[in-house]
Design a protein around this ligand. Structure first.
Ligand code: NDP
Length: 391
């Protein structure tokens, strides 16, 4: 029987734990570890004791090594924060344990999104004879798999890809983030960037807006952002000439973001406050609703997909591969809102394919490097059915 170690008991960790329990024949013994025990306990209670729980400081490689050895993990599913990626990867190398995450490494003091430091560990993963799967959430994650699926079945060459991330959910707050506020706000307030004809083109934060009409949701203002999956997709998709990423934001979100930015509340440098050093964005996180608490009040749908254009059999082709999920349905199943759900389910699917040996390899991989078919099949049966629209 396998032993699965999940690190991180936030919104995404909760969904991963629920979904692993639903697939217990593959995941076997499930241990959930996080910085503090409180949220682990809640999840354990929701699952009627079907998982074990413990604490770990995943910033410390030695602590993670000790935990992996103690539980005898066959895989580590890292759904803590991007800051912990390298420490957990190093612990996996030291213990020859397969690794999976959902977001690329970020240094706490620098809002920089790149795979460099994780890709650099490829040789060590190879030496250890283990697989590391990077970015097995929705975007990155399912969107990379959609691109690989389009490449395998629909195109001889893909020329342009637009990744479209629409969250039309409403939680009733004037301002809240759907996943970790610090990570979310760092991503959105950073400069935008897209890739065209072999070059990265930088834009100011939220400078480019386009209205996309999302099936089952309707037209929404969508803003061009830099998003990490583009870094690997430009390397792995044949003939690509342009790739962009758009995310929807409502006017209230944008207004609050602008004000917070202007007054310095999104700062990641410590400031002196009444003799104490505080980091503005961390303080803001304390004030904002916990994303894990949004589930019960969020209504509406998500629609995330990829719009791909290119050539098949000498003719032009354009398709949209997408997935629509209802927030309330997610909550009924896992006590989480749609953003955590659509991230946690692909994390479970990636880990399931690794444990079953359907996805295998030695080294560090991005999702589009794997055969997309088994992942797409699992999405259909694990709560994320997808559709394809020829345009
Ligand atoms: P949360 O903030 O809700 O949860 C993070 C969890 O990690 C918390 O339980 C926290 O513990 C734990 N944690 C933080 N630091 C440590 C540490 N040093 N050691 C051990 N545990 C730690 O985040 P989310 O669940 O919303 O997001 C989880 C991950 O998923 C993030 O990396 C995020 O970027 C990624 N993500 C990916 C998406 C995708 O589509 N690819 C979309 C959305 C998110 P504690 O409870 O004690 O604070």
């Amino acid at each position: 029987m396998a032993t699965t170690l999940i690190i991180g008991a936030g919104g995404v960790g909760r969904v991963v734990a629920h979904k692993c329990v639903m697939n217990k024949d593959v995941f076997g013994r499930i241990v959930l570890a996080s910085r503090s025990l409180g949220r682990c306990k809640t999840i354990q209670e929701e699952l009627s004791g079907a998982i074990e729980i413990t604490t770990v400081d995943a910033d410390k490689t030695q602590e993670v090594i000790k935990l992996i050895k103690e539980v005898g993990a066959d895989i580590v599913i890292n759904v803590a924060l991007p800051y912990q990626d390298l420490a957990i990867m190093d612990a996996c190398i030291a213990t020859n344990t397969p690794y999976l995450d959902t977001a690329n490494y970020e240094h706490p003091d620098e809002a920089k999104f790149e795979y460099k430091l994780q890709w650099e560990r490829d040789a060590k993963f190879k030496e250890a004879g283990i697989m590391g799967l990077l970015g097995s959430g929705f975007d990155p994650g399912a969107t990379n798999v959609f691109c690989a699926y389009a490449q395998k079945h629909y195109f001889d060459e893909i020329h342009t890809i637009d990744i479209l991330d629409c969250n039309a959910g409403d939680h009733g707050y004037a301002f809240a983030t759907n996943f970790n506020p610090e990570i979310n706000l760092r991503e959105v307030s950073a400069n935008g960037r897209y890739w065209e004809n072999g070059k990265w083109i930088e834009t100011k934060p939220l400078e480019i807006m386009q209205v996309w009409d999302y099936p089952e949701v309707g037209p929404k203002d969508s803003y061009l952002l830099y998003h990490e999956e583009m870094e690997s997709l430009v390397q792995n998709i044949k003939g690509l000439k342009r790739i962009r990423f758009f995310m929807t934001f409502g006017q209230s979100y944008i207004k609050h973001m602008e004000v917070l930015q202007n007054v310095g509340m999104l700062g990641i440098e410590p400031v002196e406050h009444q003799g104490m050093k505080i980091i503005p964005i961390e303080f803001l996180k304390t004030l904002l609703p916990d994303p894990a608490s949004l589930g019960a009040r969020t209504k509406g749908k998500t629609n995330i997909g990829i719009l791909a254009e290119g050539i098949k059999d000498g003719k032009k082709r354009k398709i949209y591969i997408y997935q629509v999920k209802d927030h309330e349905e997610c909550y009924a199943e896992t006590k989480s809102q749609g953003v955590s759900y659509t991230t946690g389910v692909p994390a479970m699917i990636g880990a399931k394919l690794m444990l079953k040996g359907i996805w295998s390899g030695k080294g560090v991989f991005n999702m589009e490097q794997m055969d997309p078919d088994p992942f797409m099949e699992e999405m259909n049966t694990q709560g994320l059915p997808w559709k394809i629209m020829e345009m």
